[in-house]
Design a protein around this ligand. Structure first.
Ligand code: EPZ
Length: 422
């Protein structure tokens, strides 16, 4: 397994550019399946999850070219409506092809996407919404088969603002016959980015970013060109890195309003954050103050930044209380922080963190993408060497992570069974 070896204690400083947003590209690539033409997507991050999604699209018969950070997806000739188990188990977001394929080809069979270490992650909201749009759905032998004679617009009210269910249902409704109104939708920026792309293809979607989205179905969608919005979770991670290393980092390619809640929480912790037209500067020259936070759907505090800010709180002055409301099992990083000397107690969905003066380096293991990033955050500030294992999980969501970190002064190496790799 590849590992990071980090020597902590450097104050990181310099400029770093964020990549295109993983969670935007993972819904915009499936959206290309709705088009009879070739779509061109710019600022696509080179992430393992993106390569998996590329394999998913190719498995369905789409032609896909990926050069530098531009991907061309030509779904004019889809030959398959079945997704194999090996692909859907690799990445939950593969379930986002369901809405587009069902809407355009009226049939899809796919293995149930695996859960992962942060929770069971069922798809009931996705399937309930597709049934309301006229799909017949059979779930057996670990597979889901959905069929329709053609989706029909309808009124859907989500039980809670699921990001994936919102994306799947909006995409499905673009080719439904009639008008669809979806209420209690997720309001994440990635859904606004999806709406912009769908409308560029000829769809009629409005309301993304609010909790009601209205879609007027059209006969077919054409090709479009689009640039992915910056990755707000990567930007939040680097803000925490600037804070915990007591450095001075300028983050480019970030939309400040997408990270306002994280900025506000870090300012409450005493971190100096300034917003400019072309980026955000993070400066810190003292131990952070302890702050409490609760993860919420956007525009609340993002669950994908919970582990990273918890890492910062492990060395804060005071006690902080963290509540994870989105996933039922997103505290696997706590044991690993404890190995580094953190003082954390977990009671159900609540973690109580008593700040210590400093962490000590240790051998730690990533349990999921964001937990892995949080262990790197902690290792950058810990005394001595930290080895972070299972960093293939980090490669799912952070493009060129160690290169970006080294460019701002981090002492970090990727090793593969003892051999250094650059
Ligand atoms: C998206 O996952 C993101 N992934 C996740 O980011 C993010 O943590 C999550 O939204 C919440 O913001 C992508 O966009 C590819 P949900 P998604 O549907 O769509 C439950 C990362 O680190 N649920 O909003 O799967 C579910 O189990 C990843 O980049 C149901 O019960 O999230 C979870 O507890 C991790 N039934 C909660 O809702 C359903 O039908 C939120 O899920 C759907 C979801």
């Amino acid at each position: 397994m590849e590992k990071y070896v980090i020597i902590g204690g450097n104050r990181l400083s310099g400029t770093v550019r964020m990549s295109g947003g993983k969670n935007s590209v993972l819904t915009i690539l499936p959206a290309c399946l709705l088009s009879k033409g070739a779509c061109i997507i710019h600022d696509v991050p080179r992430l393992s999850d993106v390569y998996v999604m590329k394999d998913v699209l190719k498995c369905l018969g789409a032609k896909v070219e990926f050069t530098d950070n531009t991907m061309i997806v030509d779904a004019s000739n889809i030959t398959m409506v079945e997704l194999p188990d090996r692909l859907t188990r690799m990445m939950r977001a593969s379930n986002l092809v369901m809405g587009p394929i069902l809407a355009r080809f009226h049939h899809i069979i796919m293995a149930y996407p695996g859960g992962c270490s942060i929770g069971s992650r069922p798809m009931d909201q996705h399937l309930r919404g597709l049934k309301i749009l006229g799909a017949e759905i059979v779930e057996k032998y670990g597979y889901i088969e959905a069929k329709t004679n053609g989706l029909v617009g309808n009124e859907i009210c989500l039980d809670f603002p699921s990001v994936g269910a919102t994306e799947n249902l909006v995409m499905a409704a673009t080719l439904a016959n009639g008008i669809t109104t979806i209420r209690n939708t997720a309001r994440e920026p990635e859904i606004v980015d999806l709406q912009i792309f769908l409308n560029a293809m000829g769809a009629k979607v409005k309301g993304a970013g609010t909790d009601v989205i209205k879609i007027v179905g059209v006969k077919e969608l054409g090709a479009a060109e689009h640039t992915i919005i910056p990755d707000r979770i990567e930007a939040s991670t680097f803000m925490v890195i600037g804070a915990i290393t007591q450095g001075n980092i300028f983050i480019k390619n970030v939309i400040a309003e997408h990270v306002e809640t994280v900025i506000s929480k870090l300012r409450e912790a005493g971190i100096e954050i300034k917003e400019y037209d072309n980026g955000i500067r993070v400066k810190c020259n003292k131990r952070p103050r302890s702050v409490d936070f609760k993860t919420m759907p956007f525009s609340g505090f993002p669950t994908d930044v919970q582990a990273q800010v918890m890492g910062l709180m492990t060395v804060s002055e005071g006690t902080s209380i963290v509540t994870e409301t989105i996933f039922e099992n997103r505290y696997k990083h706590v044991d690993e922080f404890r190995r580094m000397g953190a003082d954390i107690r977990v009671e159900g969905r609540v973690a109580i963190i008593k700040g210590v003066k400093s962490l000590s380096g240790a051998y730690v293991e990533s349990s999921d993408l964001r937990a892995g990033a949080a262990l790197v955050v902690a290792g950058l500030a810990a005394e001595g060497a930290t080895v972070v294992d299972n960093i293939n999980l980090i490669d799912r969501g952070y493009e060129g992570f160690e290169q970006k970190l080294r460019r701002i002064g981090a002492d970090i190496l990727r090793v593969d069974g003892g051999k250094e790799r650059h």
